[in-house]
Design a protein around this ligand. Structure first.
Ligand code: GLU
Length: 439
């Protein structure tokens, strides 16, 4: 296994021999990690070096700095990004993140992961991601609206129903998508629902989209448990993150008889080895704004949650949660990555050596983009489906993708992440080769 490629300050891979002296023991730059994962797959696939080089770089990167009038009358300048990694298999697809910690390398990594994710579940999209450096919790509703509309306008040279289709990610939601759809539509002079997915159902969103990522994780968990001889009834789950992914997965797992023993958000969480009352917890989170107000368990930190004795761990918060620092204390038998990039490559290798069964992000959380694909198709046809149909079609796609990846893992005797990459990277490489290079 190679070490992570080293990138210059501009973010470009630099040649071997020019490694900076103070390279940390574990490189947690998400783009470096994404490049390392690609490198492993490229070597395994014996990818043509030129083609590998093409896949390392995002095809397009847009950085925007734009002013927003704040409620107090002052003007603040925000920085945003939209990165399209690859469009060989179709229009670019991927969410928009509002976070104080986002930066160009994070958005590049997330865009690359979208390329592989769409290819692994075999939907006709390339990969993209966007981000705005801001803390949405500190902005008012109308500040968020102005920020979203101006950011949309700034990236409108890239986005469109045939070119690049945003969706929600951390810090954004259906309301954000409605503003994006409206802003784009006002500029072109007619309503274009297919420019963005994850919208409210009332303005062309799909039934089932808001629950899709969490529901998809449960479909994947069912398969993973079956493969590992564990019954879903009473199986213990610890879930890090109680946002759109973690809280929906917790709700559905609770409904189907699993035992959710711990959940947390960024502030902290609750642990109860007998299982938490998830509906009550969700009510409490809605009412009080935090799950901590619910008294049904012992307080726990997000780091402690990762190390609990549990059958399944679902990291569904942010990147770099399972690292060299804590991987030796992870006790779960199965890890299902709800977040993008929660495990570093070094931790990945140790988990594999220890026989932990890990379903990677690019497969485990793909339910969201699969239903985004359905939403886009429905918008283009102005013909809408019932939730049952959406869920059934999503289940079919995810289970087929899971089984293809598991089969590849068995055949090649590799872990599930590499198996997923072998399928995804190969599909993108094949599409690129078939299309050839213009001119
Ligand atoms: N942000 C989600 C993801 O990381 C969804 C992207 C989409 O639906 O386009 O997969």
């Amino acid at each position: 296994m190679n070490t992570a490629p080293v990138l210059s300050e501009s973010g470009r891979p630099v040649q071997p021999g020019s490694t900076p002296r103070d390279t940390p023991r574990e490189n947690v730059n998400p783009y470096h990690i994404a490049l390392e994962q690609l490198e492993t797959a490229a070597q395994y696939l014996e990818l043509d070096p030129g083609l590998h080089e093409v896949l390392k770089y995002p095809e397009r990167e847009l950085i925007v700095h734009f002013p927003v009038k704040m409620d107090d009358g002052q003007t603040r300048v925000f920085t945003g990004y939209r990165v399209q990694h690859n469009v060989a298999r179709g229009p670019a697809k991927g969410g928009i993140r509002y976070s104080p910690h986002t930066d160009l390398d994070e958005v590049r990594a997330l865009a690359m992961w979208m390329t592989w994710k769409c290819a692994i579940v075999n939907i006709p999209f390339g990969g993209a991601k966007g981000g705005v450096v801001c803390d949405p919790r500190t902005l008012s509703h109308s500040e968020l609206e102005r920020l979203t509309r101006r950011y949309t306008s700034e990236i409108s040279i890239l986005i469109g129903p045939n070119t690049d289709i945003p969706a929600p990610d951390m810090g954004t939601d259906a309301a954000t998508m409605a503003w994006i759809m409206d802003t784009y539509s006002m500029n072109v002079g007619h309503t274009v629902p297919a420019v963005v997915t994850g919208k409210p159902v009332a303005v062309g969103g799909s039934e089932g989209r808001s629950d899709a990522t969490g529901r998809g994780i449960v479909f994947i968990a069912q398969e993973a448990l079956r493969d590992n001889g564990i019954s879903m009834r009473g199986a213990r789950f610890a879930i890090q993150g109680f946002g759109n992914v973690g809280s929906v997965a917790a709700r559905i797992l609770h409904e189907i008889g699993a035992r959710v023993i711990a959940v947390c958000d960024a502030e902290g969480g609750l642990y109860n080895p007998n299982g938490l009352d998830i509906p009550a917890l969700r009510d409490c989170a809605r009412r009080e704004g935090s799950i901590l107000a619910h008294g049904g368990g012992d307080p726990i930190t997000p780091r402690q949650l990762l190390e609990l004795d549990t059958d399944v761990l679902i990291p569904a918060a942010v990147e770099n949660q399972i690292t060299l620092e804590n991987v030796h204390r992870i006790r779960a038998r199965i890890i299902i990555e709800g977040a993008n990039g929660p495990t570093t490559p070094a931790a990945d290798r140790i988990l594999q050596e220890r026989g932990v069964f890990l379903v990677p992000d690019v497969l485990a959380n793909a339910g969201g983009v699969v239903v985004s694909y359905f939403e886009w198709v429905q918008d283009l046809q102005f013909f809408f489906w019932h939730e049952e149909e959406v869920n059934q079609k999503m289940e079919k796609i995810l289970i087929r993708a899971y089984r293809d990846v598991r089969e590849m893992a068995r055949k090649e005797k590799v872990d599930m992440r590499l198996a997923a990459y072998l399928i995804g990277v190969k599909r993108v490489a094949d599409a690129t080769t078939l299309r050839g290079f213009y001119p």
